[in-house]
Design a protein around this ligand. Structure first.
Ligand code: CTP
Length: 410
């Protein structure tokens, strides 16, 4: 998948044993469609040769000021880069960056660039844990540098602890995530998540297996993309995602009320909750007593929150979810049209899929298009979904985001 197509990534390689993994990182970035240029520090050359990077990138490699042929390469490279990723980042480079030094080409580029900077620390666990390194890392974070890792595990020196460079696929992901940021900046996103509980009496209720994980992941991913996010959640045992406003509800009716209070002011509505389709026709005010005779429960339809929001005169851009056990594509398109919404994300449910698991795969459908998001953690899937939502939102007329069911069935 060429998700980094057209993007310019400048990879800084410092002198550490993990430098050999930078070759794999460069290969993965290239595979994702990015143009990659490598700037090595003087000591990096002791661990890996410039020719490796030259062959993998198809570009010149810079090893220091002596390679700054024009005398202005550090400025040109700083302008060329959409992202600068230093991997591995030694304790020394973190210290130099924290001080704002320009004592080698890589440090000078970092000072001169306006591109977001990501660093993947790699060093002995004691060096990483040292208060000086921790203070440098904290300074960099405060300045908006994205710290990727380090990972914990066995180290080249035999120690065990935090200090291993994050694996190249995770660094690729960090780069890809960094482009997702800001996609929803300035927009208000409302998300529903979790199950609802429909009371039979004061102690019993009807509910379902939804864990809320997918909806919480969507809320976190939308926040990560810069949106102002409100999450309306049924009862789940998950923590509030950072930076997200959380409203807890129990029943479909309460969820509807919480949503309708905010739907008019939101730009995008994502209905990820597994809302009850039916609720007891009557809720007993006292606990139902056990009886020897059969008990028949009478149910009535619960309010359809998504359809209600989609039916508003100035409806937000609506995204629904559908859990299907069969005919995923057919049912997804049909349900999107039936609900009169812009986009629908469908997933197969069954053993190990969908409910109460940490991974998910989605088929996202919209008018005239669809996207398969491969099985991954729910957060990773949510990031992809949010990217897609942002793209479709931007492409759609903002005054009316829903589509008339009649138009499509005509
Ligand atoms: N939904 C909702 N309110 C309901 C039921 C569903 O807002 N009372 C939303 C869900 O959050 C989801 C979408 O509608 O985004 C689809 O839910 P689903 O239960 O799969 O669809 P149904 O229309 O109920 O169809 P089915 O007969 O397959 O259950």
């Amino acid at each position: 998948m060429n998700f980094l197509s057209g993007k310019h990534i400048l990879v800084g390689v410092c002198g550490g044993i993990a430098a050999y993994k930078s070759a794999e990182l460069v290969r993965l970035l290239r595979g994702a469609g990015a143009r990659v240029r490598v700037v090595m520090t003087a000591s990096a050359g002791e661990f890996v040769g410039p020719r490796t990077f030259q062959a993998l990138t198809g570009e010149a490699v810079w090893q220091g000021w002596s390679d700054d042929r024009s005398g202005m390469d550090h400025i040109e490279l700083a302008r060329w880069a959409d992202r600068v990723l230093i991997a591995p980042a030694t304790a020394d480079v973190l210290a130099r960056l924290a001080q704002g030094r320009a004592d080698d080409l890589l440090a000078a580029i970092c000072l001169a660039t306006s591109a977001p900077l990501l660093v993947a620390p790699a060093m002995n666990q004691a060096m990483w844990g040292h208060p000086a390194t921790q203070a440098n890392a904290a300074v960099l974070c405060e300045r908006g540098v994205r710290l990727c890792g380090p990972a914990t595990g066995e180290q080249a020196c035999g120690d065990i602890g935090a200090g291993r460079m994050l694996e190249p696929p995770l660094l690729l992901q960090a780069i890809s995530d960094s482009f997702g940021r800001g996609l929803l900046a300035g927009l208000k996103v409302l998300v529903t998540a979790g199950p609802t509980r429909e009371a039979l009496d004061p102690v019993r209720f009807l509910s379902n297996r939804s864990s809320g994980k997918m909806g919480y992941a969507v809320a976190a991913a939308a926040r990560e993309a810069g949106a102002e996010v409100t999450l309306i959640s049924g009862p789940v045992s998950l923590d509030r995602p950072a930076g997200v406003a959380l409203v807890r509800v129990e029943s479909a009716q309460q969820m509807l009320e919480a949503v309708m209070q905010r739907a008019g002011a939101c730009d995008i509505f994502v209905a990820a909750a597994a809302v009850a389709d039916y609720q007891p026709a009557e809720t007993a005010s006292r606990k139902l007593k056990r009886q020897s005779a059969e008990l028949t429960l009478k149910l009535k339809p619960a309010p359809d929150i998504l359809a209600t929001v989609a039916g508003l005169p100035a409806a937000p851009f609506c995204v629904g979810f559908a859990a299907e056990t069969e005919n995923l594509r057919h049912n997804a398109h049909k349900k999107r049209l039936g609900k009169g919404i812009a986009m629908l994300a469908a997933n197969l449910v069954g053993p190990d899929l969908g409910f109460d698991v940490d991974e998910n795969a989605l088929l996202v459908v919209w008018e005239g298009g669809e996207l398969h998001i491969e099985k991954d953690t729910k957060y990773r899937v949510a990031l992809r979904l949010v990217e897609q939502i942002a793209g479709r939102y931007q492409a759609s007329p903002h005054d009316k985001h829903t589509e008339s069911h009649a138009e499509h069935s005509a």
